[in-house]
Design a protein around this ligand. Structure first.
Ligand code: ATP
Length: 211
């Protein structure tokens, strides 16, 4: 199994490129979905979050108001660490379970792990290979305005709140330039898929030779 970390910035095209790679045969795990799952109402993580942050962070139906929680931790590093310490172990446990299910089906799977904050949280060590979906800021802003209906000012603010693409580039193994039109991106996904297939084979042979 080849564990690939997929990351980028807001509206850089992670979802779009992941979908194209899944069409090629990749398996896909979305870390945001894992986090949503472990925080569902009544789970041990939900209980710990309510205990630590108070019932004020719940919506009327008892589910966690993720927007409110994000606002709290955005401004307070200590609270962010507290939240991460509650959520991360449960997400990782769920992730290992997903990987095992995939490995049971296909030991040579290429697994794309969609992790928006991969570098910010420092999860590089979990993966064999890391792909950064790169789009320059002007294109991110344009896509945010089109997709989310933001004004230019709002889009710029969202971008400014994130780690910049330039800081992320040196941390990635592969930088996928997604500034080109979709048709061209598709051709480059073909090349990327060949590369991942080669890496998967190399890893498999390496493991066989060392046993
Ligand atoms: P977020 O993390 O903010 O959810 P994302 O990185 O998953 O975003 P996408 O949702 O894949 O980004 O793409 C953002 C927008 O840009 C979408 O509307 C998508 O259709 C469009 N888009 C992505 N890649 C391209 C491309 N190569 N050419 C044109 N439009 C694109």
């Amino acid at each position: 199994m080849l564990k690939v970390g997929l990351t980028g910035g807001i509206a850089s095209g992670k979802t779009t490129i992941a979908r194209l790679l899944v069409e090629k045969g990749a398996y896909h795990i979305d870390f945001d979905e894992l986090a949503h799952d472990v925080e569902k109402k009544g789970t041990p993580v939900w209980e710990q979050i309510v205990r630590n942050f108070g019932p004020g962070i719940l919506l009327e139906d008892g589910t966690i108001d993720r927007r409110k929680l994000a606002q709290i931790v955005f401004k307070n590093k200590e609270k962010l660490n507290q939240l991460n310490q509650i959520v991360h172990p449960a997400v990782l446990e769920k992730w290992y379970k997903c990987l095992k299910d995939i490995a049971d089906q296909n030991a040579q799977a290429i697994v794309l792990n969609d992790v928006p904050l991969l570098f910010e949280v420092g999860l590089q060590g979990l993966f064999d290979h890391i792909i950064l979906i790169y789009s320059p800021p002007d294109i991110q802003i344009k896509r945010l305005m089109e997709r989310n209906g933001y004004t230019e000012e709002e889009a710029k603010q969202r971008l400014a709140a994130q780690m910049s693409m330039e800081e992320k580039v040196p941390l990635a193994d592969t930088v996928f330039d997604n500034s080109l039109p979709l048709e061209e991106a598709k051709t480059r996904v073909d090349i990327l898929w060949e590369k991942l297939t080669r890496l998967q084979k190399d890893k498999y042979l390496e493991r066989r030779n060392s046993t």
